[in-house]
Design a protein around this ligand. Sequence first.
Ligand code: ZN
Length: 293
Amino acid sequence: MFEQDFQIENPLIWKTKAEVVNDIDAAGCADLIQHTVSCQHTWTQTNEHPHCGSCFQCVGRRFATLASGCAQHDPAPKYRNELLTGSRQKGTERTLVESYYRTAAEMGQLNDSAFFARYGEVSRALTSTVLKHLSGTADATASKLLDLHRRHSRQVVAVLRNGLQMHAAAVLAGTLPDSCLITLAVPDKYRTPKTSIAPMSKMDAIEQHDHRPKSQYSGGDDTIYRETLTLCRNLDAFQVWTDSELLSRLRPHLQTNPAMRGRSENALRLCFRRIRRHHGFELSRLLKKNSQD
Ligand SMILES: [Zn+2]
């Protein structure tokens, strides 16, 4: 088609999104950022909120503008859902933002070989087909890829760190939504029922008023019970949610939580039944009607 060979250059290929925003700022064009939109949820866009703040593109964009220090050119009110403190609906919306952060944070913790073992798809860029389009050997390219991902990790983690500092008072006062990213990013070990979810007295009250026979209820069941309350962040989880609703909340953690790993959903349903019987938990009548699932 073309008489002469030509090359396509992508000067941004080795830059994170935050670094691209920095380049835009350095070129004196930061004021243009507020006029751009990346949102996938075009059906929710309004002049007031051009960014939904919940889709992958919006989450990535907001992390980038916050990490680059260009937040003043990307006004928070333009986001329907604020990245760090906005509450997230259960399901995809919550999982997306939590996994975006956790994946980035985890990347920064892995050593070289663990990184390539964990993200095997990265090695596709090291095949001869791809390498001929990149200047550099496989080793040099692998090193650049690693560095790119680690910088992304540092930038994302820095956004959370700054957010935690900025909202420290709200964190201590417990006024942030349970489902906002700052709350979701706190490591699970700080969210055991006895220390952070509920006053000790409520947990004790549940146990002290339980005089039912404990024959079938094992230590393993008790661990699942406590982990479920922790992961769901709701002391009344077994009274207000059906088994399916509990499972949908636990599903993102089933492979990573040591107490649940390897248990089938059916086994967990049986466990839930023992937990309800042991603690004398009853679903409300309305929920019971809907729980025949
Ligand atoms: Zn969006």
